[in-house]
Design a protein around this ligand. Structure first.
Ligand code: PLP
Length: 226
C-alpha cells in the first residue's frame, strides 16, 4: 500500500477519539515525508537531532516536529527554535537545558517525561520515584520556558501481549498518579505517548493519547538503521 493509503487506513482505524498520530519518519527520505504531508499528515517524529534538523530545513514549515529519541544536553540548542514536543525528557539536567535554550528563543517548549516501563534496563527513561523527585525539586519550580504535558513510555519488545498490556497499564497509572499529585489543576498535563507499529491498538485500549508509528506508515526500516 502507498504511504497515503496507510495513513488513511490508520486514521480510519483510530477514529476521532482524540488519539494523535505521530508519523515516525526516522531513516526515511524527504520524498516519503512529503508524500505523507501531501496526504494531510502534519505531525512527524524523529529520533536523531542531526537528521531532524536537516529534514526540518528542507520540508514545509507547518510540520509539527516531535523528538522521540534520547536527547543529549549539548544538542538541545539545535532544535530549540522549532521543536513542537520533546517526548524523551529523562533528567532534570536535560530539562534545565531545554528551558535555557527555549528562553533564548523566547518560547515555551512542550515536554513529556519518559518513564521506564520495560523490563530491559537498556532503555532510557526515569523510574517513577525519579520523576517525582524531579517534579518536587526547587530547580524544577524555577523553569518557566518548559511545559510538562504528560508521559511517554516504550514497552518491552515481546510477542506476549500480556506483558505489553501490563506495561501500558503501568504507564497509565504513573500518569494518573503524577496528574493527581502535581498537575491536578493543569489541563496541559494530558498526554500519554505510548504505542508503536506492533502494539498501538493495545496502547489505545490502555489509554494512549499519542501513538508513534513508523513502519506501519512508511514500510519497514532496514535492520541496520533501527
Ligand atoms: C522508531 C520508533 C518508533 C516507531 O517504530 P515502529 O515500530 O516503526 O512504528 C516509535 N517510538 C520510538 C521512540 C522510536 O524510536
Amino acid at each position: 500500500m502507498s504511504i497515503a493509503a496507510n495513513i488513511s487506513a490508520i486514521k480510519k482505524e483510530i477514529g476521532n477519539g482524540g488519539v494523535k498520530l505521530i508519523a515516525v519518519s526516522k531513516t526515511k527520505p524527504l520524498e516519503s515525508i512529503q508524500e505523507a504531508y501531501d496526504a494531510g499528515q502534519r505531525v512527524f517524529g524523529e529520533n536523531m537531532v542531526q537528521e531532524l534538523v536537516e529534514k526540518q530545513e528542507k520540508l514545509p514549515e507547518d510540520i509539527e516536529w516531535h523528538l522521540i529519541g534520547h536527547l543529549q544536553t549539548n544538542k538541545v540548542k539545535y532544535i530549540a527554535g522549532f521543536i513542537s514536543m520533546i517526548h524523551s525528557v529523562d533528567s532534570l539536567k536535560l530539562l534545565q537545558e531545554i528551558n535555557k535554550q527555549a528562553l533564548k528563543h523566547n518560547r515555551v517548549i512542550d515536554c513529556l517525561l519518559q518513564l521506564e516501563i520495560a523490563d530491559e534496563d537498556t532503555k532510557f527513561g526515569m523510574d517513577l520515584s525519579e520523576a517525582i523527585e524531579l517534579l518536587r525539586s526547587e530547580e524544577f519550580a524555577e523553569l518557566k520556558n518548559i511545559r510538562i504535558c504528560g508521559v511517554m513510555g516504550i514497552a518491552t519488545l515481546t510477542d506476549n501481549p500480556k506483558v505489553t498490556a501490563e506495561e501500558f497499564y503501568e504507564l497509565k497509572m504513573f500518569f494518573q498518579g503524577l496528574k493527581d499529585t502535581f498537575f491536578r489543576k493543569d489541563p496541559a498535563f494530558k498526554e500519554i505517548s505510548m504505542g508503536m507499529s506492533g502494539d498501538y491498538k493495545l496502547a489505545i485500549d490502555k489509554g494512549s493519547t499519542m501513538i508513534r508509528l513508523g513502519s506501519t506508515i512508511f514500510g519497514t526500516r532496514t535492520a541496520k538503521s533501527k
